[in-house]
Design a protein around this ligand. Structure first.
Ligand code: SF4
Ligand code: SF4
Length: 296
């Protein structure tokens, strides 16, 4: 059995990428099991998806703790303690969607490709890179290009993507497929390891109902969790065009826009996750979105 774990950000199409990979595996004659784990459903929030493929019936269930291949859809997730994509990585293949070379040292193969840049070129947007990510996973597993492209078309059709957009996604998938190497999965050192992790038995204290209060116990939910590194696109306000109408201020879902003493809108980039909403609602076209420059 081979275990692939996909990591990405809400809105990138990581779940669809895992489905494309699972369908390609099925077309290759494998049994395939794939499922996502969203956590809080927010655009830009870390998400994961899991795919097991095997020539034998798959009896394992649950999260993949010891992946043979890790696919990372956004390079900033590499150092995100909540997403923790390298957890359990045992020297297989790590793919990272990035225009740069990540400075990480680990046992195993590291493959990179700027799928976001390719998506801009072939589709005209940086989100929904599922076709490229699915195709990369498929190539790493050694699947044929025809089965990979068939899987892309099938999965995108199923979620209602229009034909013209599917054609663009197929081009993205083909270029992505051609840009990465394939591997002999059986030779990866992680293959022998089991998915099973003994978590032990946890005793949960039961308090009386009347002293129960809502608590935020997870760092991922607190104000110190800065979501600025979720951005793929960054909003820039043209102060000459901003009239101070406050519409973006009202719409920003992450309260990342504040009105300055100059009466104009300003952005707190520590928390702005690059969701595009402010840019789309500004009636004066004062906010443009530019590709975020990230340094690893
Ligand atoms: S919506 Fe546009 S014009 Fe209005 S405050 Fe925001 S940036 Fe300025
Ligand atoms: S500032 Fe704009 S892009 Fe950033 S989170 Fe708010 S609405 Fe989204």
């Amino acid at each position: 059995m081979y275990r692939f774990r996909f990591h990405g950000r809400g809105g990138q199409g990581i779940k669809t990428a895992s489905r494309i990979f699972g369908t390609a595996a099925f077309l290759e004659g494998f049994n395939a099991q794939d499922f996502p784990m969203y956590g809080p459903e927010r655009r830009g929030a870390p998400v994961a998806a899991y795919v097991r493929i095997s020539r034998e019936p798959i009896v394992s269930r649950g999260y993949i703790n010891n992946p043979d291949v890790v696919i990372v859809g956004d390079e900033t997730l590499l150092f995100d303690p909540i997403a923790d994509p390298l957890r359990g990585f045992g020297g297989g293949v790590l793919f990272v969607n990035t225009p740069s070379t990540p400075r990480i040292e680990l046992d195993g193969h590291v493959v990179t490709l700027d799928i976001t840049g390719l998506a801009l070129e072939y589709i005209g947007r940086t989100s929904a890179i599922s076709a490229g990510v699915g195709a990369v996973a498929s190539k790493i597993a050694g699947f044929t290009k025809s089965n990979t492209l068939d899987a892309v078309a099938m999965e995108l059709e199923e979620i209602g993507v229009p034909g013209e957009l599917i054609d663009k996604n197929l081009k993205l998938a083909e270029v992505s497929y051609d840009s990465v190497p394939s591997f002999d999965l059986e030779s990866l050192p992680s293959i022998e390891r089991s998915d099973f992790v003994d978590m032990g038995v946890v005793q949960v204290r039961l308090d009386d109902g009347y002293i129960g209060v809502a608590t935020i116990a997870n760092l991922g939910n607190t104000a110190i969790r800065k979501t600025g590194n979720w951005r793929i696109l960054k909003p820039i306000i043209d102060m000459d065009k901003c009239t101070g109408c406050k519409i973006c201020f009202a719409y920003c879902p992450d309260v990342s826009i504040y009105m300055g003493d100059d009466g104009k809108a300003h952005i707190n980039y520590d928390y702005c996750k690059g969701c595009l909403i402010c840019s789309s609602v500004c009636p004066f076209k004062a906010i443009t979105m530019v590709r975020e420059v990230k340094t690893l």
